[in-house]
Design a protein around this ligand. Structure first.
Ligand code: ADP
Length: 451
């Protein structure tokens, strides 16, 4: 949602930037409407700039045909084949105006499944879209360790999607005046009313202000039901800004997003305050399971966690990165379930803690993740493949009886799957198995022999 919405360049302008030698075929379009022409002629017209590539969907009124023509134009223009990138088997209507512009096909990512993941008394089969060998197998092993130890508990401790506009005044005093106005409890009801009017689901929780000279950053936090919530919170923010403009006519709105939000960037504000769903997840893994399933020992895991996830990350100056590979599991579930993969940045913030319990015999593991940004409605979640993966988890679409609870449940599953991934990778490292298992699952026999 931080994209730049400039007018799309023509195909030939794109090619010029890429320094591709463009062929500009001569073509005369004779049909009355664009769609009355042969596809090859329309593609030639796209290629020579007579027809704008981005207008094909609206002028042809057929998304699949538009993608096919655009693809032909691209092949014509570059002289390179797109064989291998499928065109057939996808509903191009379903992405129009919502998920992707100027499509020419779709990339296939395999989906594996890890589980059962026993979490809060229920079993989940976790879909993971990835091309990294070992990842699903490893997460699956972590799930097994959790299952054999009696399951995990995952708790949502806070939720609220954020957006922080930046506004400017002629003086620092005026920026401070607005901060005091927003923080005055007698104004909070009216600000909430104005914000909440924009959606049935949006509920303003608080506005955190930060002053930088004459500029004010207002970090709005809001409940967004089953939606990840960026659109929802942005609409509410715009309503409040319009209202504040009347009260503070000297306020200059610089941008609805001033990066104090903070979307898709690693920041301390997200790590400390949280963004999206903040979840903590824990399990006690018995000594027998650590030995038999994870093939290591509790003391080896405790030492490794201290030296790698805590001390090693501190030495590296990490922020939110006190874990072994949370981003691996987060990204794979995000891609499978239609989340915004770029939000993996803050959604993967995680601290993994390990402690000896029951006299030091068994392992207590926890992951604390303050910024899991997920939804089960909106964006890519409504596409057929992604909706099927949400359905496998039992969290597809809006929850009719308790809005928000599908997205909340998904966040708790993400955290528990991360914990499974942490358990397995940390155990592999502690047992010195990592390279061996990667050579087994990640390389073809040919590569292994060559290596
Ligand atoms: P986002 O804010 O995550 O970008 P969208 O605005 O695309 O999401 O999608 C949310 C839309 O879904 C809104 O129009 C909202 O009214 C609708 N909606 C329907 N049911 C729910 C629900 N249970 N929770 C949140 N939004 C819902």
């Amino acid at each position: 949602m931080e994209a730049d919405f400039n007018t799309p360049p023509t195909t030939c302008e794109m090619a010029a930037k890429e320094e591709i030698v463009v062929k500009k075929p001569e073509v005369q379009l004779k049909g009355i409407g664009l769609g009355d022409n042969e596809d090859g002629d329309i593609a030639a017209a796209v290629c020579n700039g007579t027809v704008a590539s981005y207008s094909l969907e609206s002028s042809l009124g057929d998304c699949k045909r538009a993608a096919s023509v655009r693809r032909t134009a691209l092949e014509l223009m570059t002289g390179r084949s797109l064989n291998g990138l499928p065109l057939e088997g996808f509903n191009y209507e379903s992405i129009l105006g919502q998920c992707c512009e100027m499509p020419v096909g779709y990339v296939q990512v395999p989906v594996g499944v890890a589980g059962p993941l026993l979490l809060n008394g229920s079993e989940y089969m976790v879909p993971m879209a990835t091309t990294e060998g070992c990842l699903v197998a490893s997460t699956n092993r972590g799930c097994k360790a959790i299952l054999m130890s009696g399951g995990a508990t995952s708790i949502l401790i806070r939720e609220g999607m954020t957006r922080a506009p930046v506004v400017r005044f002629q003086s620092a005093k005026r920026a401070a005046d607005l901060k005091f106005y927003i923080e005055d409890p007698t104004n909070s009801d009216s600000l909430s009313d104005i914000f909440n009017r924009t959606s049935r689901f949006a509920r303003l929780q608080d506005i955190k202000c930060a002053v930088a000279g004459k500029n004010l950053y207002m970090r709005f936090s809001c409940f967004t039901g089953d939606a990840m919530g960026m659109n929802m919170v942005s609409k509410g923010v715009q309503n409040v800004l319009d209202h504040l403009q009347i009260m503070f006519p000297d306020m200059d709105v610089i941008s609805v997003s001033g990066n104090f939000c903070a979307d898709k960037k690693p920041t301390a504000v997200n790590w400390i305050e949280g963004r999206g769903k903040s979840v903590v997840c824990e399990a006690i893994i018995t000594e027998a399971v650590v030995n038999k399933v994870l093939k290591t020992t509790v003391p080896a895991l405790l030492e490794l966690n201290m030296l790698k996830n805590l001390t090693g990350s501190a030495m590296a100056g990490a922020m939110g990165g006190f874990n072994a590979h949370a981003a691996n599991i987060v990204s794979a579930i995000f891609i499978a379930t239609g989340q915004d993969p770029a939000q993996n940045v803050e959604s993967s913030h995680c601290i993994t803690m390990m402690e000896g319990v029951n006299g030091g015999k068994d392992l207590h593991i926890s992951v604390s993740m303050p910024c899991i940004e997920v939804g089960t409605v909106g964006g890519g979640t409504q596409l057929a493949s992604q909706a099927a993966c949400l359905n496998m988890l039992g969290v597809k679409g809006a929850n009719g009886t308790s809005p928000g609870s599908n997205a909340q449940k998904l966040a708790t599953v993400v955290a528990a799957a991360v914990m499974a991934g942490e358990l397995s990778l940390m155990s592999a490292l502690a047992a010195g198995q990592l390279v061996k298992s990667h050579m087994k699952y990640n390389r073809s026999t040919k590569d292994v022999k060559a290596a």
